[in-house]
Design a protein around this ligand. Structure first.
Ligand code: KG4
Ligand code: ZN
Length: 335
């Protein structure tokens, strides 16, 4: 049995987890800063890195304690080194280096986008078959990816402007809802009529790319037309907005899966926690649709440890010069 300690500090969650043999979550601790950033309507980078410094050691200690393991019983450390906020990433990378150096453990650097995808390997009893198409939709990214094997990615499409999660966050703000906006919109939408407003869908025919800025602007104009913020038909606007985002995500993923002959579709990233998206995707796509449990869709360290286990198994090790890469992308390889 191999235990990997995962560490994640790329944005506003300080997280540590222990995963056994790449697939079994033994402990998974997430200290969210959402309540602190709520007042700014988004993540305040300087505040985020200071919060990580305060929380990272207790979070790692708790992850080890809940796993009932000492650092000596851990086999390797995996840490997110990008993409994300530089000051936040630095806290996790430096802590992971210190732990690995002190306990003489191998270290592996993990791409945050890959970690989101690997949350799918943490679902008990779920067999994953390549080639597959993954829709990765988070606060910073919206990507359609063809995955042909472990660590083998081909970019099919991406957002040309806002990420899907970013659109949820911005529209939530327009509607006077809290941060992060995704869960708030989902809650409000449950009481609303998705056909109340005919909002635009950017199909971008012939491409697997996405665009959400026009939709966001359309909501902005509707909100302005309504006049006083207190009178907004929040539930109907939230439901109509959510339907527009889900329509595009589902249809484009289904087309990409058909064209590429994918055997499965994987969902990943915070937006994949959305029930409407999960249900509609399963109805539309003819091949099995897999998604992580909602708590593993949003930022966590268990998926970092899982991705780490697969990279370690392939013989990968990071040097002590591992540095943060805030603009890291998922390397696209031809298979
Ligand atoms: O993956 P994640 O935790 O962090 C990033 O890497 O960005 O994703 C956070 C994003 C936020 O924009 C949040 O509003 C969105 O995921 N999100 C959701 C839901 N839960 C989180 N969007 C729609 N529906 C949800 N239930
Ligand atoms: Zn994320």
């Amino acid at each position: 049995m191999t235990y990997v300690l995962g560490v994640e500090t790329s944005c506003d969650e300080t997280a540590a987890a222990v995963v056994r043999d790449g697939c079994d979550v033994v402990s998974n601790i997430v200290a969210s800063q959402a309540r602190i950033h709520e007042q700014y309507g988004g993540v305040f980078p300087e505040v985020a890195s200071r919060q990580h410094i305060l929380h990272i050691v207790p979070v790692v200690e708790q992850a080890l304690a809940e796993a009932k393991l000492s650092l000596e019983e851990i086999d390797a450390v995996a840490v997110t080194y990008g993409p994300g906020l530089a000051g936040s990433l630095l806290v996790g990378v430096n802590l992971a280096k210190g732990l690995a150096l002190g306990a003489e453990l191998p270290l592996v650097g993990i791409n945050h986008l890959e970690a989101h995808i690997y949350a799918n390997w943490l679902q008990p009893g779920q067999e994953i078959l390549f080639p597959l198409v993954c829709l990765l939709a988070s606060g910073g990214h919206t990507n359609l990816i063809l995955m042909t094997g472990h660590g083998q990615y081909q970019a099919l499409g991406q957002t040309l402007d806002d990420a899907a999660g970013e659109a949820f966050d911005k529209v939530a703000r327009l509607l006077g809802l809290g941060y992060p906006g995704g869960p708030e919109i989902e809650r409000a939408a449950a009481q609303g009529d998705p056909s109340a407003y005919d909002l635009p869908r950017a199909w971008l025919k012939g491409s697997h790319d996405f665009s959400f800025s026009g939709l966001k602007t359309a909501v902005l104009y509707l909100v302005r037309e309504q006049g006083t913020p207190g009178d907004l038909p929040v539930a109907d606007l939230a439901a109509s907005f959510q339907a527009a985002v889900v329509d595009v995500l589902v249809e484009k993923t289904a087309l990409a899966a058909e064209e590429s002959g994918a055997r499965q579709v994987l969902l990943a990233g915070g937006v994949a926690a959305n029930t409407e998206l999960r249900v509609r995707m399963t109805e539309r796509v003819p091949v099995p649709v897999l998604c992580p449990s909602p708590s593993l869709c949003t930022d966590n360290a268990a998926c970092v440890a899982s991705a780490g286990w697969f990279r370690l198994r392939a013989g990968e090790r990071a040097g002590w010069d591992l540095d943060v890469v805030p603009g890291l992308t998922l390397p696209s390889q031809q298979s």
